[in-house]
Design a protein around this ligand. Sequence first.
Ligand SMILES: [Fe+2]
Ligand SMILES: [Fe+2]
Length: 230
Amino acid sequence: MISHNQLDEIAKFVKNYLFETAETSDQEWLKSNPRAAEHRWQHTLNVVANAEQILEGEGATDEDWSIVRAAALLHDVSMFTCDHAVHGQVTADIAADYLENKGFDKSFIQTVTQAVAEHGTDFGDLPPEEQGKQFSWAGKILVEADILDKLGASAVTSALLYLGDQKKLNFEANRELFNGLAYERATFFKDYFWTVSGKKMAQHRYDFFNEYLARLKEEVMECDLPEWKE
Ligand SMILES: [Fe+2]
Ligand SMILES: [Fe+2]
Protein backbone atom coordinates (compact mmCIF):
# COMPACT_ATOMS: atom_id res chain seq x y z
CA MET A 1 0.00 0.00 0.00
CA ILE A 2 1.23 3.48 -0.85
CA SER A 3 2.35 5.38 2.27
CA HIS A 4 1.26 8.86 3.29
CA ASN A 5 4.82 10.01 2.68
CA GLN A 6 4.72 8.70 -0.86
CA LEU A 7 1.37 10.44 -1.42
CA ASP A 8 2.86 13.67 -0.04
CA GLU A 9 5.75 13.35 -2.46
CA ILE A 10 3.42 12.83 -5.42
CA ALA A 11 1.32 15.80 -4.27
CA LYS A 12 4.38 18.05 -4.07
CA PHE A 13 5.59 16.86 -7.46
CA VAL A 14 2.20 17.63 -9.05
CA LYS A 15 1.84 21.01 -7.38
CA ASN A 16 5.34 22.11 -8.40
CA TYR A 17 4.89 20.78 -11.91
CA LEU A 18 1.62 22.71 -12.35
CA PHE A 19 3.07 25.96 -11.02
CA GLU A 20 6.30 25.70 -13.03
CA THR A 21 4.65 24.76 -16.30
CA ALA A 22 1.95 27.45 -15.95
CA GLU A 23 4.76 29.98 -15.47
CA THR A 24 6.61 29.01 -18.64
CA SER A 25 3.66 27.93 -20.82
CA ASP A 26 2.89 29.87 -24.00
CA GLN A 27 -0.80 28.88 -23.99
CA GLU A 28 -2.85 31.95 -24.82
CA TRP A 29 -5.67 31.34 -22.28
CA LEU A 30 -3.22 31.54 -19.37
CA LYS A 31 -2.63 35.25 -20.02
CA SER A 32 -6.13 36.06 -18.81
CA ASN A 33 -6.00 33.40 -16.05
CA PRO A 34 -3.07 34.34 -13.84
CA ARG A 35 -4.21 31.96 -11.08
CA ALA A 36 -4.69 28.96 -13.37
CA ALA A 37 -2.09 26.83 -11.56
CA GLU A 38 -3.71 27.46 -8.17
CA HIS A 39 -7.10 26.75 -9.71
CA ARG A 40 -5.88 23.45 -11.18
CA TRP A 41 -4.29 22.48 -7.88
CA GLN A 42 -7.55 23.26 -6.06
CA HIS A 43 -9.42 21.11 -8.61
CA THR A 44 -6.89 18.30 -8.09
CA LEU A 45 -7.49 18.33 -4.33
CA ASN A 46 -11.25 18.34 -4.91
CA VAL A 47 -10.92 15.33 -7.20
CA VAL A 48 -8.82 13.46 -4.62
CA ALA A 49 -11.45 14.12 -1.94
CA ASN A 50 -14.28 13.07 -4.29
CA ALA A 51 -12.41 9.88 -5.17
CA GLU A 52 -11.90 9.09 -1.49
CA GLN A 53 -15.63 9.42 -0.83
CA ILE A 54 -16.36 7.00 -3.67
CA LEU A 55 -13.68 4.55 -2.48
CA GLU A 56 -15.16 4.67 0.98
CA GLY A 57 -18.67 4.07 -0.32
CA GLU A 58 -17.59 1.21 -2.55
CA GLY A 59 -15.67 -0.54 0.22
CA ALA A 60 -12.50 -0.46 -1.89
CA THR A 61 -9.38 -2.45 -0.99
CA ASP A 62 -6.13 -0.86 0.25
CA GLU A 63 -4.64 -1.46 -3.19
CA ASP A 64 -7.56 0.34 -4.86
CA TRP A 65 -7.11 3.29 -2.49
CA SER A 66 -3.43 3.49 -3.42
CA ILE A 67 -4.07 3.35 -7.16
CA VAL A 68 -6.95 5.82 -7.22
CA ARG A 69 -5.33 8.32 -4.85
CA ALA A 70 -2.15 8.37 -6.95
CA ALA A 71 -4.15 8.64 -10.18
CA ALA A 72 -6.34 11.46 -8.80
CA LEU A 73 -3.30 13.44 -7.66
CA LEU A 74 -1.56 13.05 -11.01
CA HIS A 75 -4.52 13.22 -13.38
CA ASP A 76 -4.20 16.80 -14.69
CA VAL A 77 -0.47 17.39 -14.22
CA SER A 78 0.12 18.06 -17.94
CA MET A 79 -2.63 20.70 -18.15
CA PHE A 80 -0.32 23.55 -19.17
CA THR A 81 2.02 21.60 -21.41
CA CYS A 82 -0.24 20.25 -24.15
CA ASP A 83 -3.52 20.46 -25.98
CA HIS A 84 -6.46 19.48 -23.77
CA ALA A 85 -7.49 16.77 -26.24
CA VAL A 86 -4.33 14.77 -25.45
CA HIS A 87 -3.79 15.69 -21.80
CA GLY A 88 -4.92 12.26 -20.53
CA GLN A 89 -2.20 10.42 -22.43
CA VAL A 90 0.45 13.11 -21.86
CA THR A 91 -0.28 12.99 -18.13
CA ALA A 92 -0.10 9.19 -18.20
CA ASP A 93 3.41 9.41 -19.74
CA ILE A 94 4.59 11.94 -17.13
CA ALA A 95 3.07 9.81 -14.37
CA ALA A 96 4.78 6.65 -15.69
CA ASP A 97 8.19 8.40 -15.71
CA TYR A 98 7.67 9.74 -12.20
CA LEU A 99 6.43 6.46 -10.70
CA GLU A 100 9.18 4.43 -12.42
CA ASN A 101 11.83 6.78 -11.03
CA LYS A 102 10.37 6.35 -7.57
CA GLY A 103 10.56 2.56 -7.87
CA PHE A 104 6.86 1.67 -7.89
CA ASP A 105 6.12 -1.76 -9.31
CA LYS A 106 5.08 -2.30 -12.89
CA SER A 107 1.48 -3.39 -12.32
CA PHE A 108 0.81 -0.44 -9.99
CA ILE A 109 2.20 1.98 -12.59
CA GLN A 110 0.21 0.30 -15.35
CA THR A 111 -3.10 0.56 -13.46
CA VAL A 112 -2.53 4.17 -12.39
CA THR A 113 -1.48 5.35 -15.86
CA GLN A 114 -4.34 3.51 -17.55
CA ALA A 115 -6.85 5.29 -15.30
CA VAL A 116 -5.15 8.62 -15.95
CA ALA A 117 -5.17 8.09 -19.71
CA GLU A 118 -8.84 7.02 -19.61
CA HIS A 119 -9.93 10.19 -17.83
CA GLY A 120 -8.85 12.20 -20.89
CA THR A 121 -11.45 10.46 -23.08
CA ASP A 122 -13.60 12.81 -25.08
CA PHE A 123 -17.22 11.84 -24.35
CA GLY A 124 -20.06 12.11 -26.78
CA ASP A 125 -19.85 9.17 -29.17
CA LEU A 126 -21.03 6.52 -26.73
CA PRO A 127 -23.96 6.60 -24.28
CA PRO A 128 -22.83 6.68 -20.62
CA GLU A 129 -23.46 2.98 -20.00
CA GLU A 130 -21.36 1.95 -23.01
CA GLN A 131 -18.69 4.50 -22.21
CA GLY A 132 -18.29 2.99 -18.75
CA LYS A 133 -17.56 -0.42 -20.29
CA GLN A 134 -14.47 1.07 -21.97
CA PHE A 135 -12.91 2.01 -18.63
CA SER A 136 -10.97 0.11 -15.99
CA TRP A 137 -12.41 0.16 -12.47
CA ALA A 138 -9.88 2.77 -11.31
CA GLY A 139 -10.56 4.76 -14.48
CA LYS A 140 -14.28 4.83 -13.67
CA ILE A 141 -13.64 6.14 -10.15
CA LEU A 142 -11.26 8.82 -11.47
CA VAL A 143 -13.70 9.95 -14.16
CA GLU A 144 -16.53 10.13 -11.62
CA ALA A 145 -14.40 12.04 -9.12
CA ASP A 146 -13.34 14.48 -11.85
CA ILE A 147 -16.90 15.05 -13.07
CA LEU A 148 -18.22 15.57 -9.53
CA ASP A 149 -16.26 18.84 -9.47
CA LYS A 150 -18.48 20.03 -12.34
CA LEU A 151 -21.85 19.27 -10.77
CA GLY A 152 -22.47 20.94 -7.44
CA ALA A 153 -21.52 23.86 -5.19
CA SER A 154 -17.98 23.92 -6.56
CA ALA A 155 -19.28 24.32 -10.10
CA VAL A 156 -21.79 27.00 -9.06
CA THR A 157 -19.02 28.89 -7.23
CA SER A 158 -16.70 28.77 -10.25
CA ALA A 159 -19.48 30.04 -12.50
CA LEU A 160 -20.35 32.86 -10.08
CA LEU A 161 -16.71 33.89 -9.72
CA TYR A 162 -16.46 34.08 -13.50
CA LEU A 163 -19.61 36.21 -13.70
CA GLY A 164 -18.34 38.38 -10.87
CA ASP A 165 -15.17 39.05 -12.87
CA GLN A 166 -17.42 40.40 -15.60
CA LYS A 167 -19.22 42.67 -13.11
CA LYS A 168 -22.56 40.96 -13.68
CA LEU A 169 -25.56 41.69 -11.45
CA ASN A 170 -27.78 39.11 -9.77
CA PHE A 171 -30.47 39.11 -12.47
CA GLU A 172 -27.81 38.59 -15.12
CA ALA A 173 -26.26 35.79 -13.09
CA ASN A 174 -29.74 34.29 -12.89
CA ARG A 175 -30.00 34.25 -16.70
CA GLU A 176 -26.45 33.29 -17.42
CA LEU A 177 -26.20 30.52 -14.87
CA PHE A 178 -29.29 28.89 -16.32
CA ASN A 179 -28.16 29.25 -19.92
CA GLY A 180 -24.42 29.06 -19.35
CA LEU A 181 -21.69 26.52 -19.84
CA ALA A 182 -21.49 25.35 -16.21
CA TYR A 183 -25.10 24.14 -16.14
CA GLU A 184 -24.87 22.75 -19.65
CA ARG A 185 -21.77 20.77 -18.66
CA ALA A 186 -23.34 19.57 -15.41
CA THR A 187 -26.45 18.41 -17.30
CA PHE A 188 -24.40 16.56 -19.89
CA PHE A 189 -21.92 14.91 -17.50
CA LYS A 190 -24.31 13.96 -14.68
CA ASP A 191 -25.10 10.62 -16.36
CA TYR A 192 -21.49 9.48 -16.69
CA PHE A 193 -21.51 7.60 -13.40
CA TRP A 194 -21.29 3.88 -12.88
CA THR A 195 -20.63 3.13 -9.21
CA VAL A 196 -23.45 3.23 -6.66
CA SER A 197 -21.60 5.81 -4.53
CA GLY A 198 -20.66 7.95 -7.52
CA LYS A 199 -24.25 7.98 -8.79
CA LYS A 200 -25.54 9.01 -5.38
CA MET A 201 -23.03 11.86 -5.07
CA ALA A 202 -23.73 13.01 -8.63
CA GLN A 203 -27.48 13.15 -8.02
CA HIS A 204 -26.98 15.03 -4.75
CA ARG A 205 -24.75 17.64 -6.37
CA TYR A 206 -26.82 18.07 -9.51
CA ASP A 207 -29.94 18.44 -7.36
CA PHE A 208 -28.17 21.23 -5.49
CA PHE A 209 -27.36 23.04 -8.76
CA ASN A 210 -31.02 22.82 -9.80
CA GLU A 211 -32.24 23.90 -6.38
CA TYR A 212 -29.88 26.88 -6.49
CA LEU A 213 -31.16 27.94 -9.91
CA ALA A 214 -34.78 27.53 -8.81
CA ARG A 215 -34.23 29.71 -5.75
CA LEU A 216 -32.40 32.35 -7.73
CA LYS A 217 -35.32 32.51 -10.12
CA GLU A 218 -37.72 32.85 -7.21
CA GLU A 219 -35.76 35.56 -5.39
CA VAL A 220 -34.13 37.69 -8.07
CA MET A 221 -36.21 40.03 -10.24
CA GLU A 222 -35.34 41.29 -13.71
CA CYS A 223 -34.04 44.87 -13.64
CA ASP A 224 -36.95 46.35 -15.57
CA LEU A 225 -40.23 47.92 -14.43
CA PRO A 226 -42.26 45.55 -12.25
CA GLU A 227 -45.27 43.69 -13.58
CA TRP A 228 -48.15 44.04 -11.10
CA LYS A 229 -50.29 41.08 -10.26
CA GLU A 230 -54.07 41.60 -10.39
FE1 LIG B 1 -8.38 16.22 -16.96
FE1 LIG C 1 -9.58 17.09 -13.79
